[in-house]
Each structure stands twice: as C-alpha cells, then as structure tokens.
Design a protein around this ligand. Sequence first.
Ligand SMILES: Cc1cc2nc3c(=O)[nH]c(=O)nc-3n(C[C@H](O)[C@H](O)[C@H](O)COP(=O)(O)OP(=O)(O)OC[C@H]3O[C@@H](n4cnc5c(N)ncnc54)[C@H](O)[C@@H]3O)c2cc1C
Length: 449
Amino acid sequence: MPSIKYDAVIIGAGISGLLSALALAKERKNILILEKSAVIGGNCRSYTVDGFQVDTGAHAITSLKKGPLVTLMDKYFDIVPKFLPHGHYYVRDGKKLQIFPYTLQEFARFGIISKKDRLLIAHALLDATKNHTIQKKSLDMSVYDFIKNYKLSSKSISFIETFCYFLSGKSMHKTPVWRILSGGGTTDELTHGMKNKISGIVGIVKNKTYLNQGYPKGGIKSITNAILASFPENRVTICTNEKVIKIQKNKNTFTTATQKHKYRSGTIIYTAEIKNIPKILENKIPKSFKDTLSTLKQTRSLTLWLGLKRKREEFNYTGSEVLFKTETPFWAMPTSNYDPQLAPKGMQLIGFTSIITGNRTQKEQKQLLLSTIKETYPGIEKDIVMQHTQVTVPEKAAITVGARFPGPKGPISGIYLAGTDTDKRSMGITRAAHSVVEMINLMKKDKFI
Ligand SMILES: Cc1cc2nc3c(=O)[nH]c(=O)nc-3n(C[C@H](O)[C@H](O)[C@H](O)COP(=O)(O)OP(=O)(O)OC[C@H]3O[C@@H](n4cnc5c(N)ncnc54)[C@H](O)[C@@H]3O)c2cc1C
C-alpha cells in the first residue's frame, strides 16, 4: 500500500483546517491536509472576476481586540493580515442610513421602529435578562416564542426576523433568544454576564468602538495567505482534489482513504462537515454522538457581487448595511471602500448576501435579490459591469433552538474535531478560531502536544 506516516491527517483546507495545521506544525508535528476541492481556504477565499476581487461572501471579522483569532495569530503567525476598522453597521430606510442602535438608549431613539414597539422591545429585552438570571434554559426558546406575546407591528417583526437570519442563519422560529441577546456572540454567550451585554440590543454591539471588527486589507484571502506563509518549512503537505471517502482505525493507526490514495497517521483532525462522519468512519460510533449530530441544521446563503463602473453615493461609507423591509432582506458591504485595489480604478465592488429561505431555487433567489437591489438603489442597473453569484453554506451548523455542538472530542479516541459545527460561540471565522483553540487545549490535555 502506498502510504506515508504523518502525525496527523487534517480533513479539509478551510480556515479551521489551516489554523489547526499551523498550530500543530509549530508544535513540531508533521501534517498532511486533504482537501476535496481544487482550492485552499474553503469559505475563507478571494478570487478575481472580470478585474474585481470577490470574497466567498461579504465578511466582517469579529473579536479582533481580544478573541480566538488574535490568540492564534499572536502565538503561531509569522505574518499577520492588516485589519482595517469595519466601521458602522447601518440599517437602510429608503435613501437614509441609520446607525444600528447599539444601546438601549440609542434604541429608544431608533426612528425606523415605532415608539410603541421600541418600548415593547425594550421590555422584552429586560424580561429576557431577568429570565436569564432565573433560568438559563429559558433563553434556549425561539425568539418567536419569546416575542409573540408582545404584540409588535409587522415592521418590527420583520426587523427582528432579518436580524435572526443574519445572526443565526435561521428564522425567528428557530433562532434561540440567547443568540439575539449576544448578537452572534463575541464571548461565551451563556456563561458571561448577560446583563452587561443587554446594554446593547444585540451583541455586535459589544464591539462598541468598532475597532474590534475589521476587514482584512487585500480581501479575506489575506488571512489564508498569512497562515500559508507562516507554515514552518517541510512540516505541512497539502493535497487538493482529494476527497476523503473512508477513515478506519486499526489499533492505534488511522488509514484515511481518498479516491486516489491511502494515508496512515496516528491522529485525525476532522474539519469538514461533521454530519458526514458516520458516512466516512468505518469504526463504531457512539449513539450519543449521532444524536448530537442530528440536532445540527444548516443554512444556505446567496451572495451577489456587483461591480459598478462608478462609485455611487449610496455606498459612500465603510461598514455594512442591512435592508429588512422586504421579502429578500440582505446584508451589503462595499468592500472596495476598504481597499480600492479590489476593483478596477474608479469602480466599486459591493457584496450583497441573502439567506435562501423556503423552497426557493438559486435562480429565483438571485432574481428576487437583484430586483430588491434595483428597487433600493434606483438606476443601479446602468452602473453594473460585473455580476457574480455565490451559493454557500456560511457555517457548517446554524445556531438553532436545541442545537448541540460537540466540541473538539471526536466520536472515537484519536479523532479531533474543529470547525463551525463544533463550537457555538461567535460566528464564522471567529467561531472557527474558537474551535481550534479549544481543540489545541484538548490535545494538550491528551498529551498529543
Ligand atoms: C456568504 C458568507 C458570509 C460570511 N460572512 C462572514 C463574516 O462576516 N464573518 C465571519 O467571520 N465569517 C463569515 N462567514 C463564515 C466563514 O467564512 C466560515 O464560517 C469559515 O470560513 C468556515 O471555515 P471552516 O474551515 O470551518 O469550514 P469550510 O470553509 O467549510 O472548510 C471546510 C473544508 O473542508 C473541505 N471538505 C469537505 N468535505 C471534505 C472531504 N470529505 N474530504 C476533504 N475535504 C473536504 C471543503 O471543501 C472545505 O474546503 C461567511 C460565509 C459566507 C459563505
């Protein structure tokens, strides 16, 4: 059998796989990464379309002051990306942009929602805080179940619904209250003082100075590139176009099979979708692990990147905007405002991300999103010189009521898990980084490193 012995085989070359590889290589381990696609970076990539450099979805990176990505960068990166301040989060109301209300006081003045509803929502938030101090579990109920008794207007409901989608990936019927209170979370949502957090209506808010959130100069591929450039020499091998189809443990050795080869290692780090483990792993999997997997749900998003031949007045800001009063709410980010190199000279690049809801096809979702964009920014169609659509799963598990995230311990000894379906804290890349920090801690405990 053509085999190579590695200390660890990592499945998946997304940000979780790459961060894991860097940490372990720096701990003097020999690593093999197997990636099913032809490219490295998973959902943390950038590439060029007609002269515009798009990311895999519009990205704002959270917890940059003190968070897991910074912890890993400080410890393991030789080269770090340059993060530019994210700026404000705005809510679009017709032609106007209103800064997202970060505190209850600001929320009280947030004119997009009626005064009556603002008061009701403030009450609901305070009730939620009280509930939290009495009973943690009460916050794992759905946002819908929580607010249904407050008799809010349909406009306020659609505002809350939109934020549920963007903070959890799911509707208010499936989003747990704790997720909204922590705003996608920048810390350990259910263990830290919820009362402090509620000083903001959602926790994006926690990052009140905005410096805590950023966009990497050069696009999100700058994060991936910094990891690749920090790999110590001869410690990490990456094989692309190698989909892992089988893993088997025999005594203390794992054999990992792709369609092309078989590889042997003492340890496996699994960063692909954990729901697929039962299809790949030949050894017996405990029922409790399978039960945990069955609680995890996913969301699909559609991002439409528009390249504009000129810079439009509506997008004259650095930050993100949310449009909520529509059947296709979106989150938009003019990324070339951070880094003009992302668009040809004098042009502008904007990413519009929406969640695919119901049974809509990709084509229907794109058409709806594009017509909403045209309605929101009259005349924009005359400026569009590039359109690019991406359909992706932003996180391998959405935050839903009752979802249980397994943490870094795999179903059998020697398998470690990392990625956005193993840890519920925060979102996206920060969540991936949390999962890797957690996994390294477990590996230390297990004396693997
Ligand atoms: C539209 C959109 C917007 C986003 N916005 C933000 C944001 O604002 N802020 C933020 O922090 N994050 C954001 N994210 C999320 C963030 O990009 C992801 O959560 C993160 O990149 C996930 O990293 P990962 O390594 O855990 O998973 P992935 O990137 O999914 O990587 C998993 C890798 O495993 C590979 N793989 C799967 N199966 C196999 C197999 N059998 N064999 C070998 N390889 C396999 C896949 O090809 C992939 O490369 C956004 C994502 C999207 C799509």
